[in-house]
Design a protein around this ligand. Sequence first.
Ligand code: AMP
Length: 184
Amino acid sequence: MIPLRPAAADPTLVEDLRGAIREIRDFPIPGVGFKDITPVLASPALFGRALAALVERLRPTAPTHIAAIESRGFLVGAPVALALDAALAPIRKVGKLPFRTERIDYTLEYGAAALEVHADAWEPGARVLVIDDVLATGGTALAACALVERMGAEVAGCGFLLSLPFLGGEQRLGSHRVEALIRY
Ligand code: AMP
């Protein structure tokens, strides 16, 4: 267990996160307002508060495993896994994982994509919590959930630092429990 401070009494957290997260317009392509979380990562105090709050929100999902989505999901998923005493498994772009993998192909708004996880990342019956930094259209998280379920495990929930509900991600994730510290 890493010493994350309990988040019960942190009334200024959302405001402080909003102040730190910066929006980069037209990145990586025109029309996208990219939420840059690096100023949060650069502040151990704020990053620690954010993680502590997210951990408390996610604790009731009682995960046995954390599926952290490449690449910024690794930054959030790893400390959450330690704090919840859960096994950590990276979900990566194709060709990055060295062992035998399970793969899922999915469609994005523009084009197609695929994700992989090690075939021994979890066992059937495991409770897997999917973690990323930002929930946007939800295509990536939904593909991760489908991969978890196809392998016979259960999706315990999905956790994000922030969600952009106007892009439809929360709706797309449907019945899965979604936790996000901030909604824009
Ligand atoms: P999604 O559209 O939900 O499948 O998001 C795809 C990936 O891109 C996720 O890993 C998100 O973290 C990231 N992403 C999408 N839109 C944004 C955005 N506006 N700002 C920051 N990250 C984003």
